[in-house]
Design a protein around this ligand. Sequence first.
Ligand code: KIV
Length: 263
Amino acid sequence: MNKKLTISTIKKRKGQEPLVMITAYDALFARLLEPSADMILVGDSLNMSFAGKSDTVSATLEQMIYHTNAVCRGAQNSFVITDMPFGTYTSKELALQNATQVFQQTQADCVKIEGGAEKASIVAHLTNNGIAVCGHIGLLPQSVRSEGGYKVKGKTKEEESQLIKDAKAIENAGAFCMVIEGVKADVAKKVAASVGIPVIGIGAGKDVDGQVLVFSDMLGLFEAFTPKFVKKYLDGASLVKEALQEYATEVQTKTFPTQEHTY
Ligand code: KIV
């Protein structure tokens, strides 16, 4: 069994062996992916892939706590990150109250917060009060409605310098690592080089300190849409549907159960 990572061992991986982060929403998949992941993210993407909503905006703290507990039970030897949902960290006080609830009611090792320099004071308030924070900069899924879609960042010099400012502000506020999403690869490389903490990419090229993917995307289980940055390591949806069809046929033809599955 791999040794559970800590904040300090994660920070030491900066510029060294790339970090592997994968999302999980339940104990079943957390158990399956634990041997391959350095960190498990209970992402608010569960609101789409698990709960069937069209974006992450309506995810609730209660949902995140429920799924984090399931993941922690399934992967007791993993470093677990819980996403703070939209609207739960709009002020320092609210963020601390809600993140404290996450810490008290789950075994999560840290929370993740979307936003750059504008969220630095909130990150600082949490870290100063014993809550470890993973930042999330670049394309921010919780801003999909205000931005009018999922927009790749780092396309202009202004965006590039803003991303570097964001990364530095989040680092200076005390975050121990950050996710960078949907950013041009050459810019993500510069952002990663501009800070001393690990920068984990998703749709941000290979020149960062690790990668994160949503498990249901990478296993080909989520069929609604596939972003360009997703590699499907399995055609999960087809395999599941084939197996289910085989079961249905065997039930209909009474070829299941056989003697082997009968008391
Ligand atoms: O919610 C999530 O799964 C995430 C990843 C896309 C990084 O934040």
